[in-house]
Write a protein that binds this ligand. Structure first.
Ligand SMILES: [Zn+2]
Ligand SMILES: [Zn+2]
Length: 301
């Protein structure tokens, strides 16, 4: 691992620990369990397995061949800029893009299929942002990282930008009762993004911003009522399994009916909770054997 990646990973783990502690101390919704529904699916399959595989596809099979073909990075269009200017430039331009793409995903029934998984959790916390359909990540991260490479940015911009994405993604989904005052007009936080995950008709077309809330205020999609949501997640049934969530985005089905038709799927569905229970037991035993402060570390590693 390169030095910059070691530093950014250490910073991310530190941030995860801080956010978990703040969630316990100042919860937005009281009583939300740490090992909430879908915790292991989000941590193991979305955060580790999917991210790892998509990173290889995006960088090695899309961006690198594009660069070899067009040789754009050799033009060094942004190379002379200071690194902080490069980071700021890609941060703002990508955030502007993601606002509009996110808004489009909520308007288009086809694109909604690539985004509904992100809204499927009813217990939103620091880890909930990781639940994003593979196609959504593939599109968004290619559009995010291809310009960084193709315009000839400093190589450290990629891990720095990835760190900022992860830190901000954890923050806006965190179950923390943040009161940021006027800052919420510019920087996005849990106050507005947790509402975006609510099952309330009035927010289905609101609060699309990721990092800069200013887009929502500028383009008339801000929803900031001053009280908290009562219902969360999707209004319709959604599969709990990672693979079935992806199948569901292509073909709608009734999980129970499908189980009756395919005995193998029924066995898989029976096996899954046993596996997750074992994993949860293992994590609890590990955290009981170590200091309480290691809880955050064991969940993120
Ligand atoms: Zn959304
Ligand atoms: Zn979200």
């Amino acid at each position: 691992m390169k030095q910059v990646e070691i530093i950014t990973t250490a910073m991310l783990l530190g941030w995860v620990a801080v956010v978990i502690l703040l969630e316990r101390r100042f919860p937005y919704r009281k009583g939300l369990p740490f090992f909430r529904e879908g915790f292991w699916t989000d941590l193991v399959l979305y955060t580790f397995v999917q991210s790892y595989l998509l990173k290889i596809i995006i960088f090695d099979y899309i961006i690198q061949p594009l660069d070899q073909h067009f040789a754009l990075s050799r033009l060094h269009l942004v190379t002379a800029w200071p690194v902080w200017v490069q980071v700021l430039f890609f941060l703002v331009t990508h955030d502007f893009y993601i606002y509009w793409f996110h808004r489009w995903q909520h308007h288009s029934p086809v694109l909604w299929r690539t985004h509904e998984a992100h809204h499927s959790g009813k217990q939103v916390d620091w880890l909930a942002g990781s639940r994003s359909h593979a196609v959504e990540i593939l599109i968004n991260q290619t559009i995010e990282f291809a310009p960084i490479v193709l315009l000839g940015a400093d190589p450290v911009v990629v891990p720095i930008k990835a760190l900022i994405d992860a830190v901000w993604g954890i923050y806006i989904h965190a179950n923390i009762d943040v009161k940021s005052g006027r800052l919420q007009y510019f920087f996005n936080g849990p106050e507005m993004h947790l509402w975006h995950h609510a099952d309330h008709q009035e927010v289905f077309h609101a609060n699309f911003s990721t990092k800069f809330a200013v887009w929502d205020w500028l383009f008339g999609t801000a929803y900031f009522p001053g009280h908290k949501p009562r219902k969360w997640g999707l209004y319709y049934a959604f599969p709990k399994d990672y693979f079935l969530q992806h199948v569901f985005s292509v073909k709608r089905f009734d999980e129970r009916q499908l189980g009756r038709r395919f005995p193998l799927l029924r066995r898989y569905n029976l096996l899954r909770p046993i596996l997750w229970r074992r994993l949860r037991g293992l994590a609890k035993r590990r955290s009981a054997a170590q200091a309480p402060s290691v809880l955050a570390d064991s969940s993120a590693a």
